[in-house]
Design a protein around this ligand. Structure first.
Ligand SMILES: Nc1ncnc2c1ncn2[C@@H]1O[C@H](COP(=O)(O)OP(=O)(O)OP(=O)(O)O)[C@@H](O)[C@H]1O
Ligand SMILES: O=C(O)[C@H](O)[C@@H](O)[C@H](O)[C@H](O)CO
Length: 180
């Protein structure tokens, strides 16, 4: 008897053809997971925090939350990287509000997937407390969570719970991207 193989429901190595934004509040794992996705796909990795104007970094370091006006030039800089890139890239950006994500989507010429990393406040603050040499104080996590507009259900969006080992988080993100 010949058993016809069914097509894979989800192939983690089926690469999303456009760029990918890895989003979430501070400490949700954007850099770690973004690097993992970029490595798996062979796409360049862009650390969104490196595109902040120095004044934004100074504010956050002092425990002052950013405003829309602070974030807009930063989102523009990230959008420029998306629009000027020759091929798809993976970029990290907290992208807390729907309007911010809309701006990023409009900047990506070949479509944009969003990987949304989420976890409990207790878990995220614990991870932030344990990392060293990062400018972002744990005290800002509360305002990050208060500002966050959940992207679940938006176009080309994959939500991943980060309450699991990093490799599993990356694998789940790749599986979700493979389904888009
Ligand atoms: N399953 C996991 N998924 C993601 N990150 C994890 C996981 N387990 C542990 N971590 C750790 O959580 C910490 C926060 O991750 P990371 O710095 O990548 O977050 P981030 O969202 O980029 O933060 P920020 O926006 O503040 O720069 C790191 O120390 C990372 O190693
Ligand atoms: O949107 C914001 O309030 C900020 O940009 C932050 O989210 C940081 O960029 C980042 O996450 C660093 O910890």
């Amino acid at each position: 008897m010949i058993i016809k193989s069914t097509p894979e429901v989800s192939d983690p190595l089926r690469r999303f053809p456009g760029s990918i934004v890895v989003m979430g509040v501070s400490g949700s794992g954007k850099s770690s997971v973004g690097e993992g996705i970029a490595r798996a796909y062979g796409y360049p990795f862009i650390e969104g925090d490196a595109l902040h104007p120095p004044e934004n970094i100074r504010k956050m370091s002092e425990g002052i939350p950013l405003t829309d006006d602070d974030r807009w030039p930063w989102l523009t800089a990230i959008g420029e990287r998306l629009s000027s890139s020759d091929g798809p890239v993976v970029v990290t950006c907290s992208a807390l509000k729907r309007s911010y994500r809309q701006k990023l989507r409009e900047s990506a010429p070949n479509g944009l997937a969003i990987v949304y990393l989420h976890g409990s406040e207790a878990l995220l603050s614990e991870r932030m407390r344990h990392r060293t040499g990062h400018f972002m104080p744990t005290s800002l996590l509360k305002t990050q969570l208060a500002t966050l507009e959940d992207p679940t259900g938006e176009e080309n969006t994959v939500a991943v719970d980060v309450g699991q080992p990093l490799e599993d988080t990356v694998r789940e993100a790749l599986t979700g991207l493979g389904r888009l």
